[in-house]
Design a binder for this molecule. Structure first.
Ligand code: AKG
Ligand code: FE2
Length: 232
């Protein structure tokens, strides 16, 4: 794992405030990406598998990790949370939401678990030709940490074509706009799970985000999703 500091804390916060997402370039090395991709075929690591087409979520499949998480993922989740919690607290303040997040991820997970959200949410996704992920939000109960992270494990230069990470933003009384997030292998995107604050002429207002993946034209694409709240 990289030092988690490819972007300075203020660059990360500035990007997230300005547009609701930010890239952490080369968060994982190619060797880490290969090792995580290989976990997909080791069922002991996972608590469940989802065939997206069966649920109307798109096409392709993903697997939710079981506890205990593989150490690399546990470390990433804890370290990323610590970086993002101050930003999450500032967002909640600006959006007029009363919940505040503790500095330590273990403490936040204890809050989720006490409310019945006990199942781990980090996941590995696998897409083949024609597969895609519909626009969605990863909400799994009352407790929601407002930022999440996805890491592209495959190399778009060699492994697949299409399969772009997409974010849409719905502003009050306006049509939605979409952005394609340009990711290279090992890059992570940090993005808003549900809503984010935007500064308007009469104070802050909230916009709603959704994310997804466009259809693959060829090849195979793996991604790691890190969500900070657990699931009911
Ligand atoms: O495959 C991707 O890049 C997106 C995965 C996703 O929806 C997530 O990590 O929540
Ligand atoms: Fe997702």
């Amino acid at each position: 794992m990289n030092a988690l500091l490819p972007l300075s804390a203020s660059e990360l916060a500035d990007d997230l405030d300005a547009r609701g997402w930010s890239i952490l370039p080369e968060l994982l090395s190619p060797a880490d990406c290969t090792a995580l991709t290989a976990l997909y075929d080791a069922p002991a690591h996972f608590r469940s598998q989802v065939h997206m087409a069966r649920h109307g979520f798109g096409r392709g499949e993903y697997r939710y990790f079981a506890y205990p998480l593989p150490p690399m993922i546990a470390d990433l989740r804890r370290a990323l949370y610590a970086r993002l919690a101050p930003i999450a607290n500032r967002w909640h303040e600006r959006m007029g939401l009363p919940v505040r997040f503790p500095a330590d991820h273990g403490e936040f997970l204890a809050r989720c678990h006490a409310a019945g959200q006990r199942r781990p949410t980090p996941l590995l996704l696998r897409y083949g030709p024609g597969d895609y992920n519909c626009l969605h939000q990863d909400l799994y109960g009352e407790h929601v940490f407002p930022l999440q992270v996805a890491v592209l494990l495959s190399d778009p230069a060699h492994d697949f074509a299409g399969g772009e990470f997409i974010l849409t933003e719905q502003r009050p009384r306006m049509q939605s706009r979409a952005e394609v997030v340009p990711l290279a292998q090992g890059d992570a995107v940090v993005f808003a799970v549900n809503q984010r604050p935007v500064t308007g002429s009469r104070g802050d207002y909230r916009v709603t985000l959704r994310h997804g993946v466009s259809a693959l034209r060829a090849g195979c694409r793996h991604a790691l999703g890190i969500i900070f709240h657990d699931a009911a």
